[in-house]
Write a protein that binds this ligand. Structure first.
Ligand SMILES: N[C@@H](CCC(=O)N[C@@H](CS)C(=O)NCC(=O)O)C(=O)O
Length: 218
């Protein structure tokens, strides 16, 4: 089958997971091209400016950076909007997308590759504080619904959820644990996990653990 959309992806990549979630929420099909990041094919390195996934091709358009891809998909396929309509709420969604990128995902990426024990401890403490921040500054402040911004499921949920789907695998490979005082975050995860589109993309804790064992040779 010919697809109008092509997604270059890697099965363990939480950024690519975001794009798969947005496509599923929008009911859009894309040809998925799995990239071996340890042995990138030449056509991929030519296509991808930084050699990274996700990379989306839509007709003549080529896009990278998952947060940009998410907003593009939401605008290009306006049915089932994934951004709020009000400027203040849109800004709030973007704050949480930025938090995911610049803090939670960034610290985790450093942890995955850190070998020094003191640095690993610092990074785990930073990640725990990030989860607490999410609990207190987002989940406990929102009004009226199970999602990060309330009743509407948005790109803020999509940007953060892939990290939480992998949290058990992170706990398997490190001393990280979701703090027990973050029950609101746990309930938010449960609410997101029950969405059919999210279930369609979901992988089990064991699947992630085995995937990382193979990928990192752990
Ligand atoms: N900021 C980027 C991050 C993408 C990213 O780091 N992707 C990783 C996989 S999870 C990658 O392609 N790594 C390969 C490399 O850097 O060579 C985004 O949001 O799309």
């Amino acid at each position: 089958m010919m697809h109008d959309l092509q997604l270059y992806t890697f099965k363990l990549c939480p950024y690519a997971h975001r794009v798969r979630l947005a496509l599923a929420e929008k009911g859009q099909m894309a040809e998925q091209i799995e990239i071996d990041l340890k042995n990138k094919p030449a056509d991929f390195t030519t296509l991808s400016p930084h050699g990274r996934v996700p990379l989306l091709v839509h007709g003549g358009l080529k896009l990278w950076e998952s947060a940009v891809i998410l907003e593009y998909l939401d605008e290009a396929f306006p049915e089932h909007p994934l951004m709020p309509s009000q400027p203040a709420d849109r800004a709030n969604a973007r704050l949480w997308i930025d938090f995911a990128n610049s803090r939670l995902f960034a610290a985790t990426h450093r942890l995955i590759f850190a070998t020094d024990e003191a640095i690993r401890r610092e990074l785990i403490a930073e990640i725990v504080e990030n989860v607490r921040f999410l609990e207190h500054a987002a989940v406990r402040r929102r009004e009226g619904g199970p999602y990060l911004l309330g009743t509407q499921f948005t790109l803020a949920d999509i940007a953060l959820y892939p990290w939480f789907e992998q949290a058990a695998a992170l706990a398997h490979f490190s001393a990280f644990k979701i703090p027990t005082d973050c029950s609101g975050v746990a309930r938010w995860c449960d609410a997101v996990a029950t969405r059919p589109a999210v279930q369609g993309c979901a992988r089990s804790d064991d699947w992630y653990v085995e995937g990382y064992q193979r990928y990192l040779g752990a």
